[in-house]
Design a protein. Sequence first.
Lengths: 113, 112
Amino acid sequence: GDSVTQMEGPVTLSEEAFLTINCTYTATGYPSLFWYVQYPGEGLQLLLKATKADDKGSNKGFEATYRKETTSFHLEKGSVQVSDSAVYFCALSGTGTASKLTFGTGTRLQVTL
Amino acid sequence: SQTIHQWPATLVQPVGSPLSLECTVEGTSNPNLYWYRQAAGRGLQLLFYSVGIGQISSEVPQNLSASRPQDRQFILSSKKLLLSDSGFYLCAWAPGLRSGYTFGSGTRLTVV
């Protein structure tokens, strides 16, 4: 079945550092890929998405490129802020009619001054 | 615009008591609806999903059930709560295939 693997956290960075959170997936066909962010005590918010190979999703300075050859969708940001501290989830949507999302286990990011 | 409402925000219930969590979506019709659970410090587990009124699919056999009595209403229930039912419950909707979800704000359930 479909699966998503994320790098283990927590990731601790200083403000203005470069961020990479790795995400790889296993799926049949051509899934859509997503990054969600969860701030403490809140639900998940869609951060960005990509629906086909070589697409780049971007939002709020974050970006990720759909790499079919490496089955990856790594999240990057050039300069993180304290307000970026949250848990980040990589997810894929397979080709079934119910559009179920399969999530990774999440990566906690802590940004310090 | 579409919005999703989920309530209550927090709930403390004794073991063996019943549960009813409600989720409604506004501004759309015939959405796909989902219930997820997030245990402390862990990822998200899909519990139920629905592609239409009265259509419920269960992903994990457990102490919970779901119903969809109206197009934009999704209810999560239990007749008798267990300690292991504690967690953060999230409702979500999707407008169509491969479009991603919009999540509600979640219900934090503590079973004592």
